[in-house]
Ligand binder design. Structure first.
Ligand SMILES: C[S@@+](CC[C@H](N)C(=O)[O-])C[C@H]1O[C@@H](n2cnc3c(N)ncnc32)[C@H](O)[C@@H]1O
Length: 201
């Protein structure tokens, strides 16, 4: 896998969190959970906290990420708990999705790709949600000034309305902007969208 600052940043963070058993859902994962059912793809799953919570409510989850620490942790935990979470290591900048899903979750990933890659990955995610299924997408938006996580070679801060524009024709179940303070007096500005694909489940 090609060297990338964003992947290294999170891999180090996940090793720490796995050691410290810090497995709480973040606020975006909390928002997503009630919308998940059936077959779920967690695209950029991190430590898999949402994947395990979804499995506990009956979902069969495929969890993908480029962090070796995250994938090792998820595999060990899934085996230990005997739950329906399968995990694979993948660079998701170039990962054509193979099947269709009742829900595809992509929280906090696309901003680590250059914008052209982010748009084409998003289109692939949308194409693999089943009719009546949901997509959960969360990205960092313009106005974000915390840059430590970004690889200078490629990242994308989204226009706040861009996600809604890209989900034209879907039913918007939730659309939210949120802002958090970050280290060194900086800010993180997020956009989160939960959208349902037209058609019958
Ligand atoms: C902000 S974290 C979000 C993780 C998880 N979705 C959550 O909500 O906690 C960003 C995730 O993107 C992953 N990531 C960054 N670049 C990636 C890439 N090129 N391919 C796959 N995963 C990547 C990181 O390893 C990390 O798990």
């Amino acid at each position: 896998m090609a060297e990338n600052k964003s992947i290294a940043f999170f891999d180090e963070q996940f090793r720490r969190q796995a050691r410290d058993a810090a497995f709480a859902l973040n606020p975006f994962e909390e928002r997503a959970l009630p919308f998940l059912h059936g077959e779920v793809l967690d695209f950029g799953c991190g430590l898999g906290n949402l994947a395990f919570a979804a499995a506990r409510q009956g979902c069969r989850v495929t969890a993908l990420d480029a962090s070796p620490a995250a994938i090792e942790h998820i595999r060990a935990r899934a085996a230990g708990e005997g739950v329906a979470v399968s995990a694979a290591l993948a660079d998701l900048r170039d990962y054509p999705i193979a099947g269709d899903y009742d829900a595809i979750v992509c929280i906090g990933l696309l901003m680590f790709f250059d914008c052209a890659t982010a748009w084409s990955v998003l289109a692939d995610l949308q194409a693999h949600v089943r009719p009546g299924g949901v997509a959960v997408v969360n990205v960092l938006a313009e106005g974000t000034t915390y840059m430590d996580m970004f690889d200078p070679a490629g990242y994308c801060l989204f226009e706040p309305v861009e996600l809604e524009r890209r989900f034209a024709g879907w039913t918007i179940e939730m659309s939210e902007q949120s802002e958090f303070s970050a280290p060194h007096n900086t800010r993180k500005r997020f956009v989160t969208l939960i959208a349902r694909k037209p058609g019958k489940a």
